[in-house]
Design a protein around this ligand. Structure first.
Ligand code: PNS
Length: 162
C-alpha cells in the first residue's frame, strides 16, 4: 500500500494545490492532505474551515483523506505510518525552502520520511495562497485561482460583495 501525506497551510487551497492533489492521488494508493495547525501564524481560515473546504474540494477523489496536524511533520507521519511527503515546486524560488524542509525531515526522521516533489503545472506557477488573499482583499478577480465556492468564502472574510 503506497501512502503519502501532502502537508501544508492551505490558507486557502488554490488550483495549484488541487493540481498537485489530483496528480499525487494517481501515484499513491492513499493520500492524506493534512492542514498544519500553526499557532505562530494568524491564518484567514481556521483549521476546521480549511479542513472542510478541502473535504469539499477533494470529494471527487476517493483515495484522498483530509486531516490536520500540529507539531512536527515527522511525528505526524510516524503516528500514521506514512513514509512519503508530497510537495509542489512552482519555481526555483521554492527550491531552497523546500529542500531545507525535505532535508530536515529526512535527518530528523532518520531516513524514514522522504519527500517527493511534483512540479506545478505551468498554468499555476504564478499562484500562491498569499497572492490570492491580497488580490481578494482589494476586491480583485480570483476566479482563475480558486474554485467559486472558495472565492465566495474568501470575499466574505474581507466583507467584499461581488
Ligand atoms: O503550505 P506551507 O505553509 O508552505 O507548508 C509548510 C509545511 C506545513 C510543509 C511545513 O511548515 C511543516 O511541515 N511544518 C510542520 C513543522 C515541522 O515539521 N518542521 C520541521 C521541518 S522544517
Amino acid at each position: 500500500m503506497r501512502k503519502a501525506v501532502y502537508p501544508g497551510s492551505f490558507d486557502p487551497v488554490t488550483y495549484g494545490h488541487i493540481d498537485i492533489i489530483k496528480r499525487a492521488a494517481l501515484i499513491f494508493d492513499d493520500l492524506v492532505v493534512s492542514v498544519l495547525d500553526n499557532k505562530a501564524k494568524s491564518p484567514l481560515f481556521s483549521v476546521d474551515e480549511r479542513v472542510n473546504i478541502l473535504k469539499e474540494v477533494c470529494a471527487p477523489f476517493p483515495n484522498v483523506k483530509i486531516d490536520s496536524f500540529s507539531g512536527l511533520l515527522i511525528d505526524y507521519a510516524k503516528e500514521n505510518n506514512i513514509h512519503v511527503s508530497v510537495r509542489g515546486l512552482r519555481a526555483i524560488t521554492d527550491f531552497e525552502y523546500e529542500l531545507q524542509i525535505a532535508q530536515t525531515n529526512k535527518l530528523l526522521s532518520q531516513g524514514t520520511l522522504d519527500t517527493i516533489f511534483l512540479t506545478t503545472s505551468l498554468e499555476y506557477s504564478y499562484l500562491s495562497s498569499s497572492g490570492v488573499k491580497e488580490i481578494a482583499a482589494f476586491g480583485g478577480d480570483i476566479s482563475k485561482c480558486v474554485p467559486d465556492f472558495v472565492a465566495d468564502k474568501i470575499y466574505a472574510k474581507y466583507d467584499i460583495k461581488r
